[in-house]
Design a protein around this ligand. Structure first.
Ligand code: C2E
Ligand code: MG
Ligand code: MG
Ligand code: MG
Length: 288
Protein backbone atom coordinates (compact mmCIF):
# COMPACT_ATOMS: atom_id res chain seq x y z
CA UNK A 1 0.00 0.00 0.00
CA UNK A 2 2.86 2.29 0.86
CA UNK A 3 4.28 1.66 -2.55
CA UNK A 4 0.96 2.51 -4.24
CA UNK A 5 0.77 5.69 -2.25
CA UNK A 6 4.28 6.60 -3.29
CA UNK A 7 3.47 5.95 -6.91
CA UNK A 8 0.33 8.07 -6.58
CA UNK A 9 2.38 10.95 -5.19
CA UNK A 10 4.86 10.59 -7.97
CA UNK A 11 2.09 10.73 -10.56
CA UNK A 12 0.67 13.90 -9.00
CA UNK A 13 4.12 15.50 -8.94
CA UNK A 14 4.61 14.46 -12.50
CA UNK A 15 1.27 15.98 -13.53
CA UNK A 16 1.90 19.28 -11.77
CA UNK A 17 5.39 19.41 -13.24
CA UNK A 18 3.87 18.92 -16.67
CA UNK A 19 1.40 21.74 -16.03
CA UNK A 20 4.17 24.04 -14.83
CA UNK A 21 6.24 23.15 -17.85
CA UNK A 22 3.34 23.77 -20.22
CA UNK A 23 2.60 27.13 -18.59
CA UNK A 24 6.22 28.15 -18.91
CA UNK A 25 6.29 27.05 -22.55
CA UNK A 26 3.14 29.04 -23.31
CA UNK A 27 4.59 32.10 -21.59
CA UNK A 28 7.85 31.79 -23.46
CA UNK A 29 6.02 31.56 -26.80
CA UNK A 30 4.06 34.70 -25.94
CA UNK A 31 7.23 36.42 -24.82
CA UNK A 32 8.73 35.94 -28.26
CA UNK A 33 6.27 38.46 -29.67
CA UNK A 34 6.02 40.78 -26.69
CA UNK A 35 8.48 43.36 -28.03
CA UNK A 36 7.02 43.63 -31.52
CA UNK A 37 3.47 43.73 -30.14
CA UNK A 38 4.38 46.60 -27.84
CA UNK A 39 3.43 44.73 -24.68
CA UNK A 40 6.51 45.68 -22.66
CA UNK A 41 6.73 48.87 -20.66
CA UNK A 42 8.96 50.40 -18.03
CA UNK A 43 8.12 51.64 -14.56
CA UNK A 44 10.53 54.04 -12.88
CA UNK A 45 11.41 54.12 -9.22
CA UNK A 46 13.15 57.18 -7.77
CA UNK A 47 16.56 56.90 -6.13
CA UNK A 48 16.73 59.69 -3.60
CA UNK A 49 19.54 61.45 -1.74
CA UNK A 50 19.28 60.58 1.95
CA UNK A 51 20.89 63.94 2.70
CA UNK A 52 18.80 66.34 0.60
CA UNK A 53 15.79 64.21 -0.36
CA UNK A 54 16.44 65.07 -4.00
CA UNK A 55 15.69 62.55 -6.77
CA UNK A 56 19.00 61.83 -8.38
CA UNK A 57 17.90 59.07 -10.70
CA UNK A 58 15.22 56.53 -11.52
CA UNK A 59 15.63 52.78 -11.86
CA UNK A 60 13.88 51.38 -14.93
CA UNK A 61 11.89 48.27 -14.02
CA UNK A 62 10.47 46.09 -16.76
CA UNK A 63 6.80 45.10 -16.93
CA UNK A 64 4.90 42.95 -19.43
CA UNK A 65 1.28 43.70 -20.19
CA UNK A 66 0.17 40.25 -21.28
CA UNK A 67 -2.99 40.26 -23.42
CA UNK A 68 -4.82 37.72 -21.25
CA UNK A 69 -2.84 37.46 -17.98
CA UNK A 70 -2.59 41.14 -17.20
CA UNK A 71 0.67 42.60 -15.94
CA UNK A 72 3.40 39.99 -15.54
CA UNK A 73 6.24 40.77 -13.10
CA UNK A 74 9.94 40.41 -13.90
CA UNK A 75 10.36 37.47 -11.51
CA UNK A 76 7.91 35.53 -13.70
CA UNK A 77 9.40 36.22 -17.11
CA UNK A 78 13.01 37.43 -16.82
CA UNK A 79 14.20 33.88 -16.00
CA UNK A 80 12.39 32.62 -19.12
CA UNK A 81 13.89 35.42 -21.18
CA UNK A 82 17.33 34.50 -19.87
CA UNK A 83 16.93 30.78 -20.59
CA UNK A 84 15.60 31.31 -24.12
CA UNK A 85 18.01 34.07 -25.10
CA UNK A 86 15.09 36.46 -25.59
CA UNK A 87 16.75 38.65 -22.96
CA UNK A 88 19.02 40.03 -25.70
CA UNK A 89 16.32 41.62 -27.90
CA UNK A 90 14.26 42.49 -24.81
CA UNK A 91 17.30 44.06 -23.17
CA UNK A 92 17.97 46.13 -26.29
CA UNK A 93 14.39 47.37 -26.16
CA UNK A 94 14.81 48.28 -22.46
CA UNK A 95 17.99 50.24 -23.21
CA UNK A 96 16.37 52.22 -26.05
CA UNK A 97 13.22 52.90 -24.05
CA UNK A 98 15.23 53.98 -21.00
CA UNK A 99 17.26 56.40 -23.14
CA UNK A 100 14.07 57.81 -24.63
CA UNK A 101 12.57 58.29 -21.18
CA UNK A 102 15.59 59.96 -19.61
CA UNK A 103 15.76 62.39 -22.54
CA UNK A 104 12.43 63.84 -21.33
CA UNK A 105 13.81 64.63 -17.87
CA UNK A 106 16.05 67.46 -16.60
CA UNK A 107 19.72 66.95 -17.53
CA UNK A 108 20.80 66.24 -13.95
CA UNK A 109 18.45 63.25 -13.60
CA UNK A 110 19.92 59.86 -14.49
CA UNK A 111 18.50 56.43 -15.20
CA UNK A 112 19.55 52.98 -13.99
CA UNK A 113 19.05 49.93 -16.21
CA UNK A 114 19.19 46.31 -15.06
CA UNK A 115 21.34 43.93 -17.09
CA UNK A 116 21.32 40.14 -17.15
CA UNK A 117 24.56 38.20 -17.30
CA UNK A 118 23.95 37.30 -20.92
CA UNK A 119 23.64 40.94 -21.90
CA UNK A 120 26.76 41.81 -19.96
CA UNK A 121 28.78 39.28 -21.94
CA UNK A 122 27.23 40.28 -25.28
CA UNK A 123 30.00 41.82 -27.42
CA UNK A 124 27.54 44.26 -29.03
CA UNK A 125 26.36 45.66 -25.66
CA UNK A 126 28.41 48.84 -25.55
CA UNK A 127 27.79 49.76 -29.18
CA UNK A 128 24.03 49.31 -28.75
CA UNK A 129 23.99 51.50 -25.64
CA UNK A 130 26.11 54.17 -27.30
CA UNK A 131 23.77 54.11 -30.34
CA UNK A 132 20.66 54.42 -28.19
CA UNK A 133 22.20 57.27 -26.19
CA UNK A 134 23.20 59.23 -29.28
CA UNK A 135 19.85 58.58 -30.98
CA UNK A 136 18.12 60.30 -28.06
CA UNK A 137 20.79 62.94 -27.58
CA UNK A 138 21.79 61.99 -24.05
CA UNK A 139 25.22 61.84 -22.45
CA UNK A 140 26.31 58.27 -21.64
CA UNK A 141 27.05 59.40 -18.06
CA UNK A 142 23.31 59.69 -17.46
CA UNK A 143 23.09 55.90 -17.74
CA UNK A 144 23.92 53.48 -14.94
CA UNK A 145 23.98 49.75 -15.65
CA UNK A 146 23.05 47.55 -12.70
CA UNK A 147 24.51 44.08 -12.57
CA UNK A 148 24.40 41.52 -9.79
CA UNK A 149 27.25 39.68 -8.18
CA UNK A 150 26.43 36.47 -10.01
CA UNK A 151 27.18 38.21 -13.32
CA UNK A 152 30.78 38.63 -12.20
CA UNK A 153 31.32 35.00 -11.31
CA UNK A 154 33.48 33.10 -13.72
CA UNK A 155 35.79 35.01 -15.98
CA UNK A 156 37.23 37.85 -13.93
CA UNK A 157 39.27 39.10 -16.83
CA UNK A 158 36.31 39.39 -19.21
CA UNK A 159 34.13 41.10 -16.60
CA UNK A 160 36.88 43.59 -15.80
CA UNK A 161 37.41 44.33 -19.49
CA UNK A 162 33.70 45.02 -19.98
CA UNK A 163 33.52 47.24 -16.91
CA UNK A 164 36.57 49.17 -18.12
CA UNK A 165 35.11 49.57 -21.60
CA UNK A 166 31.83 50.86 -20.13
CA UNK A 167 33.74 53.31 -17.97
CA UNK A 168 35.72 54.59 -20.98
CA UNK A 169 32.42 55.19 -22.79
CA UNK A 170 31.28 57.23 -19.79
CA UNK A 171 28.58 54.77 -18.76
CA UNK A 172 28.25 54.24 -15.02
CA UNK A 173 27.93 50.89 -13.28
CA UNK A 174 26.26 49.68 -10.11
CA UNK A 175 26.59 46.42 -8.21
CA UNK A 176 22.97 45.44 -7.48
CA UNK A 177 21.57 43.52 -4.50
CA UNK A 178 24.93 43.56 -2.77
CA UNK A 179 25.11 41.06 0.05
CA UNK A 180 22.77 38.42 -1.34
CA UNK A 181 25.18 36.56 -3.58
CA UNK A 182 28.62 35.13 -3.26
CA UNK A 183 30.49 38.39 -3.51
CA UNK A 184 32.78 39.40 -0.73
CA UNK A 185 33.96 42.87 0.14
CA UNK A 186 36.97 42.12 -2.05
CA UNK A 187 34.71 42.53 -5.10
CA UNK A 188 34.46 46.19 -4.24
CA UNK A 189 38.20 46.64 -4.47
CA UNK A 190 38.59 44.40 -7.52
CA UNK A 191 35.85 45.77 -9.78
CA UNK A 192 35.50 49.48 -10.58
CA UNK A 193 31.85 50.20 -9.76
CA UNK A 194 30.46 53.71 -9.35
CA UNK A 195 27.68 52.58 -7.04
CA UNK A 196 26.85 49.74 -4.68
CA UNK A 197 23.22 48.94 -4.00
CA UNK A 198 22.86 47.34 -0.60
CA UNK A 199 20.21 44.64 -0.66
CA UNK A 200 17.01 45.32 1.16
CA UNK A 201 17.53 42.37 3.51
CA UNK A 202 20.45 44.27 5.08
CA UNK A 203 18.71 47.62 5.03
CA UNK A 204 15.58 46.28 6.68
CA UNK A 205 17.54 43.86 8.88
CA UNK A 206 19.49 46.79 10.32
CA UNK A 207 16.41 47.87 12.20
CA UNK A 208 16.23 44.50 13.95
CA UNK A 209 19.77 43.29 14.33
CA UNK A 210 23.02 44.91 15.41
CA UNK A 211 24.95 42.48 13.21
CA UNK A 212 23.24 43.82 10.11
CA UNK A 213 24.14 47.33 11.18
CA UNK A 214 27.78 46.37 11.49
CA UNK A 215 27.76 44.94 7.97
CA UNK A 216 26.01 47.94 6.41
CA UNK A 217 28.33 50.37 8.18
CA UNK A 218 31.36 48.40 6.99
CA UNK A 219 30.13 48.33 3.37
CA UNK A 220 29.41 52.06 3.42
CA UNK A 221 32.76 52.86 5.03
CA UNK A 222 34.70 50.83 2.51
CA UNK A 223 32.65 52.27 -0.35
CA UNK A 224 33.27 55.83 0.82
CA UNK A 225 37.03 55.18 1.04
CA UNK A 226 36.94 53.79 -2.50
CA UNK A 227 34.93 56.75 -3.79
CA UNK A 228 31.92 54.56 -4.51
CA UNK A 229 28.35 55.73 -3.86
CA UNK A 230 25.92 53.59 -1.87
CA UNK A 231 22.20 53.10 -2.33
CA UNK A 232 20.03 51.49 0.36
CA UNK A 233 17.38 49.28 -1.30
CA UNK A 234 13.98 48.51 0.18
CA UNK A 235 13.57 51.68 2.24
CA UNK A 236 9.96 51.26 3.34
CA UNK A 237 9.80 53.27 6.56
CA UNK A 238 11.20 56.46 8.03
CA UNK A 239 13.20 54.24 10.43
CA UNK A 240 14.82 52.44 7.49
CA UNK A 241 15.75 55.77 5.92
CA UNK A 242 17.16 57.30 9.09
CA UNK A 243 19.18 54.24 9.99
CA UNK A 244 20.54 53.80 6.45
CA UNK A 245 21.63 57.42 6.49
CA UNK A 246 23.19 57.10 9.95
CA UNK A 247 25.11 54.01 8.79
CA UNK A 248 26.57 55.97 5.89
CA UNK A 249 24.35 55.26 2.86
CA UNK A 250 24.24 58.12 0.37
CA UNK A 251 20.97 57.29 -1.39
CA UNK A 252 17.78 55.39 -0.72
CA UNK A 253 15.22 53.61 -2.85
CA UNK A 254 11.97 52.09 -1.73
CA UNK A 255 8.27 52.37 -1.09
CA UNK A 256 8.81 55.18 1.47
CA UNK A 257 9.83 57.51 -1.35
CA UNK A 258 7.70 56.03 -4.15
CA UNK A 259 6.67 52.82 -5.81
CA UNK A 260 7.81 52.32 -9.41
CA UNK A 261 6.02 55.09 -11.34
CA UNK A 262 4.60 55.80 -14.78
CA UNK A 263 6.40 58.43 -16.89
CA UNK A 264 3.64 60.95 -16.09
CA UNK A 265 4.08 60.43 -12.36
CA UNK A 266 7.86 60.78 -12.73
CA UNK A 267 7.42 64.11 -14.47
CA UNK A 268 5.00 65.23 -11.75
CA UNK A 269 7.41 64.18 -9.01
CA UNK A 270 10.29 66.04 -10.64
CA UNK A 271 8.17 69.14 -11.23
CA UNK A 272 6.96 69.18 -7.62
CA UNK A 273 10.48 68.71 -6.33
CA UNK A 274 12.06 71.34 -8.55
CA UNK A 275 9.29 73.82 -7.83
CA UNK A 276 9.88 73.29 -4.12
CA UNK A 277 13.58 74.03 -4.65
CA UNK A 278 12.86 77.25 -6.51
CA UNK A 279 10.49 78.36 -3.77
CA UNK A 280 13.00 77.45 -1.08
CA UNK A 281 15.64 79.57 -2.84
CA UNK A 282 13.21 82.46 -2.91
CA UNK A 283 12.49 81.95 0.76
CA UNK A 284 8.86 81.17 0.05
CA UNK A 285 6.96 78.46 1.87
CA UNK A 286 6.72 75.19 -0.09
CA UNK A 287 3.36 74.30 -1.56
CA UNK A 288 1.23 72.08 0.68
P1 C2E B 1 16.09 44.90 -8.58
O1 C2E B 1 16.94 45.41 -9.69
O2 C2E B 1 16.76 44.67 -7.27
O3 C2E B 1 14.89 45.95 -8.43
C1 C2E B 1 14.31 46.31 -7.22
C2 C2E B 1 13.05 45.50 -6.98
O4 C2E B 1 12.60 45.78 -5.66
C3 C2E B 1 11.90 45.90 -7.89
O5 C2E B 1 11.09 44.75 -8.10
C4 C2E B 1 11.15 46.92 -7.03
O6 C2E B 1 9.79 47.08 -7.39
C5 C2E B 1 11.28 46.29 -5.67
N1 C2E B 1 11.18 47.28 -4.59
C6 C2E B 1 11.45 48.60 -4.65
N2 C2E B 1 11.29 49.20 -3.47
C7 C2E B 1 10.91 48.24 -2.61
C8 C2E B 1 10.55 48.25 -1.21
O7 C2E B 1 10.59 49.27 -0.51
N3 C2E B 1 10.21 47.05 -0.67
C9 C2E B 1 10.16 45.90 -1.41
N4 C2E B 1 9.79 44.79 -0.78
N5 C2E B 1 10.47 45.86 -2.72
C10 C2E B 1 10.83 47.01 -3.31
P2 C2E B 1 10.59 44.32 -9.56
O8 C2E B 1 10.23 45.52 -10.37
O9 C2E B 1 9.58 43.24 -9.39
O10 C2E B 1 11.89 43.72 -10.22
C11 C2E B 1 12.48 42.56 -9.71
C12 C2E B 1 13.81 42.27 -10.34
O11 C2E B 1 13.67 41.98 -11.74
C13 C2E B 1 14.77 43.46 -10.30
O12 C2E B 1 15.36 43.53 -9.03
C14 C2E B 1 15.74 43.08 -11.40
O13 C2E B 1 16.69 42.15 -10.92
C15 C2E B 1 14.83 42.37 -12.39
N6 C2E B 1 14.53 43.30 -13.50
C16 C2E B 1 13.62 44.30 -13.55
N7 C2E B 1 13.65 44.94 -14.75
C17 C2E B 1 14.62 44.33 -15.48
C18 C2E B 1 15.16 44.53 -16.80
O14 C2E B 1 14.79 45.45 -17.55
N8 C2E B 1 16.16 43.68 -17.20
C19 C2E B 1 16.63 42.69 -16.38
N9 C2E B 1 17.62 41.90 -16.86
N10 C2E B 1 16.17 42.48 -15.14
C20 C2E B 1 15.17 43.29 -14.69
MG1 MG C 1 18.26 46.79 -9.99
MG1 MG D 1 18.37 45.58 -6.52
MG1 MG E 1 16.65 43.31 -5.43
Amino acid sequence: AAKDKQRGTLRICDASLKTAYAARRALSMDLEHAVERGELFLAFQPIVSLVTGRTESFEALLRWRHPSRGVVWPADFIPIAEDTGLILPIGRWVIREACRSVSDWPDDVRIAINLSARQFSDPSLIASIADAASEHGIEPNRLTLEITESTLIGDDGAALATLDALRRTGIRTALDDFGTGYASLSYLTRFPFDTIKIDRSFVQGSCESANHQVVVRAICGLAADLGVETVAEGVETQDHAELASALGCDFGQGFLFDRPLSPIDCAARLARERLGEVQARRGARPMP
